[in-house]
Design a protein around this ligand. Structure first.
Ligand SMILES: *[C@@H]1O[C@H](CO)[C@@H](O)[C@H](O)[C@H]1NC(C)=O
Ligand SMILES: *[C@@H]1O[C@H](CO)[C@@H](O)[C@H](O)[C@H]1NC(C)=O
Ligand SMILES: *[C@@H]1O[C@H](CO)[C@@H](O)[C@H](O)[C@H]1NC(C)=O
Ligand SMILES: *[C@@H]1O[C@H](CO)[C@@H](O)[C@H](O)[C@H]1NC(C)=O
Ligand SMILES: *[C@@H]1O[C@H](CO)[C@@H](O)[C@H](O)[C@H]1NC(C)=O
Ligand SMILES: *[C@@H]1O[C@H](CO)[C@@H](O)[C@H](O)[C@H]1NC(C)=O
Ligand SMILES: *[C@@H]1O[C@H](CO)[C@@H](O)[C@H](O)[C@H]1NC(C)=O
Ligand SMILES: *[C@@H]1O[C@H](CO)[C@@H](O)[C@H](O)[C@H]1NC(C)=O
Ligand SMILES: *[C@@H]1O[C@H](CO)[C@@H](O)[C@H](O)[C@H]1NC(C)=O
Ligand SMILES: *[C@@H]1O[C@H](CO)[C@@H](O)[C@H](O)[C@H]1NC(C)=O
Ligand SMILES: *[C@@H]1O[C@H](CO)[C@@H](O)[C@H](O)[C@H]1NC(C)=O
Length: 423
C-alpha cells in the first residue's frame, strides 16, 4: 500500500487518486485537535494535488506550515486558532519566518504555483478579542510574539482568494520574500466588542497586510476593519498593485515604517493604489481613522536595534500613484514624516521620497491640513504631483497645506506648497 493511503487510513481523510490526487477533510470534532490530519493531508496532497476542507470549524492547537507546489486548497471551513495566549507567546510555539521586526507567525504558507480558495466561507478565526482585551490599553511591542494570522513567505506564483480572517490578534496578513502573488478577496475584521474599551483603540497592530521584500503583488478587493494600517508597504516592496480596497478605521494606508535597519536600505518602487475607500467607524466604539495614505521613515540616527528600535536606514521610495480615493472624515488625508520614533536632535533621515502622485481624491477631513509633507532636509522630496484633490476640510475652515523640504511639486494652489528648501 502506498504511503499516502496509509496516511489517509490512519487519519481518516479521503484520498482520491486521479490525474491529480485529492485529499478531503472534515473537522475531527470530539474536542480533538485537527493539526495532525491537516499536516498529513498537506503532506499527501500539497504537491501536485488538491486538498479540500469541507465546511466546519477546524481546531488548530499548534503552529502550522504548508508547503504547496502545483497545488490547490479549497478551504470551505474555518481554521480556528485556539485562544491560549501564554501558549502562543512561548517562542517555541510560533515561527519567526518574517525577517522584519522578527514577527511571529502561527501559520506559514511557502511554495510555488498554488491557489488557496476560501470561497467566501472559509478562512481563519483568530480569537483576537481575547488578545485585545488581555492587553487592554497596555503597551504592545513589535516582535513581542503576537502571531500574524496568515503569512506567505518564500512564495512564487501563489493566489489567495475570497478569504476571511475573523479577529486577528496581530497583523492579519504578511507577504514576505515573495513574488508574483495575488490576493483577490480578503476580509479582515478587527473590531473591538469589549465595552470596557469602547472609545479607545485596543486593536493596535491589526494591519490588513504588510508587504516586505515582495515583488509583483496584487491586492484586490480588500475589506479591512482595523485599528492600525489597512495596508503597510514595507521595505523592498516593488511592483505592487492594490485595487478596490475598503479600509474601516485605523491609521490608513502606510508606506513604512522605512529605514529601521541601518545596514539594509529600503527600496520601494512602482506602487499603484486605486479605488480606495476609507470609512470612519463609530468613534464611540473604535476611534481612529487617521489617514488616507501616509509615508514614514525613521530618523538618520539609530537608537537601539530592531525589532523595537533602530533607524538610520537609507533607501528610496519612487513611482507611487494613489488615485480614486474616497475619504470619510479622516484626520489627515495625505501625510509624510521622517521622524518615526525619533528624538529631538536626531540626524535627518537619508531615505528619499520621490515621484509620488495623487489623483482624484474626494471626501472629508477632520483637520484643515489636507496635505502635510515633512520631508527630510538630508533628502528633500522630489516631484510630488497632485491632481483633482477635492477633500473638504471641517466646516468653517479652509484647506491648509504643509510642505517642508519639498524640492518640487505640482498641482496645488499657487503658494500652497512652495518648492523651497528649508535649511
Ligand atoms: C481543541 O483540541 C484540544 C486538544 O488538543 C482540546 O483541548 C480542545 O477542547 C479542542 N477545542 C475544541 C473547540 O474542540
Ligand atoms: C525561505 O528560504 C530561505 C532561503 O532558502 C530559508 O533560509 C528559509 O528558512 C525559508 N523560510 C521558510 C519560512 O521556509
Ligand atoms: C506578476 O504575477 C502574476 C501572478 O502570478 C503573473 O501572472 C504575472 O506574469 C507576473 N508579472 C510579471 C511581470 O512577472
Ligand atoms: C485604560 O483602560 C481603563 C479601562 O477602560 C481606563 O480606566 C484607563 O483610563 C485607561 N488608561 C489609559 C492610559 O487610557
Ligand atoms: C470590491 O471588493 C468588494 C469586497 O471587498 C466586493 O464585494 C466588490 O464586489 C468589489 N467591487 C468591484 C467593483 O469589484
Ligand atoms: C533591499 O534590496 C537591496 C538590493 O536591491 C538590498 O541591498 C537591501 O539590503 C534590501 N533591503 C532589505 C531591507 O532587505
Ligand atoms: C474618481 O474616483 C471615483 C471614486 O472615488 C470614481 O468613481 C471616478 O470614476 C474617478 N474619476 C476619474 C476621472 O477617474
Ligand atoms: C469626525 O470625527 C470626529 C472625531 O472622531 C467626530 O468628533 C466628528 O463627529 C466626526 N464628524 C462626522 C461628520 O462624522
Ligand atoms: C515625476 O513623477 C512622475 C510619476 O509620478 C513621472 O512620470 C515623471 O517622469 C517624473 N518627473 C520627473 C522630472 O522625474
Ligand atoms: C523619478 O522618476 C523618473 C522617471 O521614472 C526617474 O528618471 C527618476 O530617477 C526618479 N527620481 C528619483 C529621485 O528616483
Ligand atoms: C458641513 O456643511 C455641509 C454643507 O453645508 C453640511 O451638509 C454638513 O452637514 C456640515 N457638516 C457638519 C459636520 O456640520
Amino acid at each position: 500500500m502506498k504511503l499516502v493511503t496509509w496516511l489517509a487510513l490512519f487519519f481518516g481523510f479521503l484520498v482520491v487518486e486521479g490525474l491529480t490526487r485529492t485529499c478531503t477533510l472534515r473537522p475531527v470534532g470530539h474536542g480533538k485537535s485537527d493539526n495532525s490530519q491537516i499536516d498529513a493531508a498537506i503532506a499527501a496532497c500539497g504537491h501536485h494535488g488538491t486538498t479540500v476542507f469541507e465546511p466546519g470549524t477546524y481546531n488548530i492547537t499548534k503552529k502550522m506550515q504548508w508547503n504547496l507546489v502545483n497545488s490547490r486548497v479549497d478551504l470551505h471551513g474555518q481554521l480556528n486558532f485556539i485562544f491560549d495566549l501564554p501558549y502562543w507567546m512561548d517562542p517555541a510555539h510560533t515561527y519567526r519566518a518574517i525577517f522584519i521586526q522578527s514577527q511571529a507567525s502561527w501559520f506559514v504558507v511557502t511554495g510555488q504555483d498554488f491557489t488557496i480558495d476560501a470561497h467566501g466561507t472559509g478562512g481563519i478565526i483568530g480569537n483576537g478579542q481575547h488578545w485585545w482585551s488581555w492587553y487592554g490599553n497596555a503597551t504592545r511591542l513589535d516582535g513581542d510574539g503576537r502571531p500574524v494570522a496568515l503569512s506567505l513567505v518564500n512564495v512564487t506564483r501563489g493566489t489567495v482568494k475570497d478569504f476571511t480572517v475573523d479577529s486577528p490578534p496581530f497583523w492579519c496578513n504578511a507577504v514576505a520574500d515573495a513574488k508574483d502573488v495575488v490576493y483577490d478577496g480578503m476580509r479582515c475584521v478587527a473590531q473591538n466588542a469589549d465595552e470596557t474599551y469602547f472609545g479607545q483603540n485596543i486593536v493596535w497592530n491589526t494591519d490588513g497586510i504588510d508587504t516586505f521584500r515582495a515583488d509583483n503583488i496584487s491586492l484586490l478587493n480588500f475589506d479591512i476593519t482595523s485599528g492600525d494600517d489597512c495596508l503597510a508597504i514595507k521595505g523592498n516592496s516593488t511592483n505592487i498593485h492594490a485595487q478596490n480596497i475598503t479600509c474601516r478605521g485605523g491609521t490608513g494606508i502606510a508606506f513604512g515604517s522605512l529605514g529601521q535597519y541601518a545596514d539594509l536600505p529600503d527600496y520601494v518602487n512602482n506602487v499603484l493604489l486605486e479605488d480606495i475607500t476609507l470609512i470612519q467607524p463609530d468613534p464611540q466604539v473604535q476611534p481612529l481613522m487617521e489617514h488616507g495614505v501616509y509615508f514614514k521613515s525613521w530618523t538618520g540616527t539609530r537608537i537601539g536595534f530592531p525589532p523595537t528600535g533602530g533607524g538610520a536606514g537609507a533607501g528610496l521610495v519612487s513611482g507611487v500613484v494613489v488615485r480614486n480615493v474616497k475619504l470619510d472624515n479622516v484626520t489627515t488625508p495625505i501625510q509624510l514624516y521622517q521622524t518615526n520614533l525619533g528624538h529631538p536632535g536626531d540626524a535627518p533621515s537619508k531615505l528619499q521620497f520621490a515621484n509620488l502622485s495623487f489623483e482624484n481624491w474626494t471626501g472629508t477631513a477632520q483637520d484643515a491640513t489636507i496635505i502635510d509633507f515633512q520631508c527630510s532636509s538630508a533628502a528633500p522630496c522630489e516631484n510630488l504631483s497632485f491632481q483633482a484633490i477635492d477633500v473638504s476640510p471641517p466646516n468653517g475652515t479652509s484647506s491648509a497645506y504643509n510642505c517642508v523640504n519639498v524640492a518640487s511639486s505640482s498641482g496645488l494652489p499657487a503658494g500652497a506648497c512652495p518648492a523651497v528648501k528649508e535649511a
